[in-house]
Design a protein around this ligand. Sequence first.
Ligand SMILES: NC(=O)c1ccc[n+]([C@@H]2O[C@H](COP(=O)([O-])OP(=O)(O)OC[C@H]3O[C@@H](n4cnc5c(N)ncnc54)[C@H](OP(=O)(O)O)[C@@H]3O)[C@@H](O)[C@H]2O)c1
Length: 237
Amino acid sequence: MSSPMTAPTDRSILIIGASRGLGHAMAAEFAGRGWRVLGTVRAPATPLHSLAAERPDRVEIETLDMTDHDQILAVRDRLAGRQFDIVFVNGGIANRTPGATMAGVSTDEFVQVMVTNVLGVMRAVEAFGALARPGGVIGVMSSGQGSIANNANGVNDVYRASKAALNQAMSSYAGRHADDGRALVLMAPGWIRTELGGSNAPFSVEEAMPQIVDVLMAQQGAPGLRYLDRNGRTVPW
Ligand SMILES: NC(=O)c1ccc[n+]([C@@H]2O[C@H](COP(=O)([O-])OP(=O)(O)OC[C@H]3O[C@@H](n4cnc5c(N)ncnc54)[C@H](OP(=O)(O)O)[C@@H]3O)[C@@H](O)[C@H]2O)c1
């Protein structure tokens, strides 16, 4: 269940990739907690548009495909001067043939997953991270499947590799921004029923999202990079 509606606040979050699934649920959860939400979409009619129609005082929309660097720079320019308590890059994809090993995946599919989940996400972090207020949070949606230490069964090679590469890239970003006072979060949300997660996932979006949001909010004012699950526990790298 999402949290009960609370009074509006001046707190705000930028969510990259908020059209549907976990990103949309995050937008709804923060709006329900009274935050202002700026979410990005690629398509002209999405669940985020419905949320914005219901909560025009709380929810704004920008259009952005993270794989298009010019679009990232254009949105960054439009948002110049804005500040957010949390900047969260949620967007991501799985390869269409999740069982494919590195030997089995097509080059095009491998490139698409890596360009979206690593290059696109990190370009968004580089472009929008500076909009997070001092003491605020920059988060990205990683996955428990990005953990090398926990990879015991060897499935989902390409998706796992993309999230492990994302974790490594965030670690580099953290090294370059060690003194800027923001919290950096790699979120492993658990296996959740969305289009990407599929119908066999054990958890609903409604169960998971309040916990994810609680963990993000708790990182405010706590600088440094953490790889956390939705209960706030550290995931082994
Ligand atoms: N569900 C799970 O079990 C699970 C577990 C671990 C991690 N995750 C991660 O959680 C994030 C959200 O996944 P989900 O389960 O909510 O999947 P989803 O329902 O398939 O939603 C994916 C989201 O990412 C956006 N997106 C994809 N490519 C993009 C791009 N190039 N530019 C901008 N946005 C883009 C999609 O936008 P469009 O509507 O425009 O396609 C959509 O909003 C992903 O990073 C995923 O890897 C999910």
